[in-house]
Design a protein around this ligand. Structure first.
Ligand code: BTN
Length: 319
């Protein structure tokens, strides 16, 4: 009910009468009043004026289920929503839920991760209130080899979602980091559970630095946050809503073909290292070349210094 009240209050810049709220939600005036009191305790500032009703004057930057449900515009993503104040890793939590049968579109969001995971076994710093730490459970009818492309799809959704929510232009560093002025603002970790030749579930985990002010010394030269770039603190919930809406659209289009054919042009336009010299950290040996863009399987095509073409399927590419 708190989500419904918030939705109504957010949709109306003017006062919403107590009667409108009661009738709209089919509950008593006392129930509405109690919910309003609880929202105020959570940090919402709600003006209450006799004979006029209620008006929301400010919302806190909280990632509670009522707050997220009041802003989510996605159709199925977040239909099942778990919001946690603290967890080890939203990817772990989403995996646990998936193993218990959670449906496609289940979303897990946490205010803080105590064991946030990055790619290649690295840690992902995820302090309270500083960012968006969220994971989606997907159950695509794809072959396991196709699942790595979901990471690229998520990268596009993040870049588009950030643009939609806060108007900041970010770009993709292949395969899926979102960067602003070359500094990382978002990382994506996709994990999958398979059974023979089919996918049981995929967990797409997205970490976006939103209000981070100080990064650890080793990250400071290469990391940034939305608020550092825009020079003001930001609310996280609308960014989550925009990324979820974009992900739903890109994912739906991706499933039609199951490869990147549809997205090659768009992805390559978002690619920060396109036509730039890159260093490919291949297990068989590091080499340099020029990144040309992705192919339909999502591999990065690199023109080596000797003129030959290499297709980088996985691995690390640095500038
Ligand atoms: C990377 O760039 O190394 C990937 C970072 C992925 C971080 C996100 S935060 C939400 C989800 N839960 C995790 O433990 N990791 C991902």
């Amino acid at each position: 009910m708190k989500a419904e009240i918030l939705k109504l209050l957010k949709a109306t810049p003017d006062f919403v009468s107590g009667q409108q709220l009661c009738e709209g939600l089919g509950v008593s005036r006392t129930a509405v009043w109690k919910a309003i009191r609880q929202l105020e305790e959570e940090g919402y500032v709600i003006e209450a004026v006799r004979n006029k009703g209620y008006r929301l004057t400010s919302s806190p930057d909280v990632l509670t289920a009522p707050e997220l449900k009041s802003v989510l515009t996605s159709r199925w993503l977040g239909g099942e929503l778990t919001c946690l104040y603290e967890t080890d890793s939203t990817n772990n939590q989403a995996r646990r839920l998936a193993e218990e049968g959670a449906p496609e579109g289940t979303m897990v969001v946490a205010d803080c991760q105590t064991a946030g995971k990055g790619r290649r076994g690295r840690n992902w710093a995820s302090p309270h209130g500083a960012g968006i730490w969220m994971s989606f459970v997907l159950r695509p009818a794809l072959a396991p080899v196709q699942a790595s492309m979901l990471t690229l799809v998520a990268g596009m959704a993040v870049v588009s979602g950030i643009r939609q929510a806060v108007g900041l232009e970010s770009m993709i560093k292949w395969p899926n980091d979102a960067v602003v002025r070359g500094k990382k603002i978002c990382g994506i970790l996709t994990e999958m559970s398979t059974e023979e030749d089919s996918i049981r579930h995929v967990v797409v985990g997205i970490g976006i630095n939103v209000n981070t002010k100080d990064f650890p010394e080793e990250l400071a030269p290469t990391a940034t946050s939305l608020s550092l770039e825009l020079g003001r603190p930001l609310k996280r919930a609308p960014v989550i809503a925009a990324v979820a809406e974009q992900f739903e659209t890109y994912y739906g289009r991706f499933l039609e073909k199951g490869d990147m054919t549809e997205f090659m042009e768009e992805y390559n336009r978002m690619l920060a290292n396109r036509d730039r010299e890159v260093c490919v950290l291949d297990p068989a040996g590091t080499y340099r070349g020029t990144a040309l863009g992705i192919d339909r399987e999502g591999s990065l095509l690199v023109k080596k210094e000797d003129g030959s073409l290499a297709s980088v399927i996985s691995g690390e590419v640095s500038v």
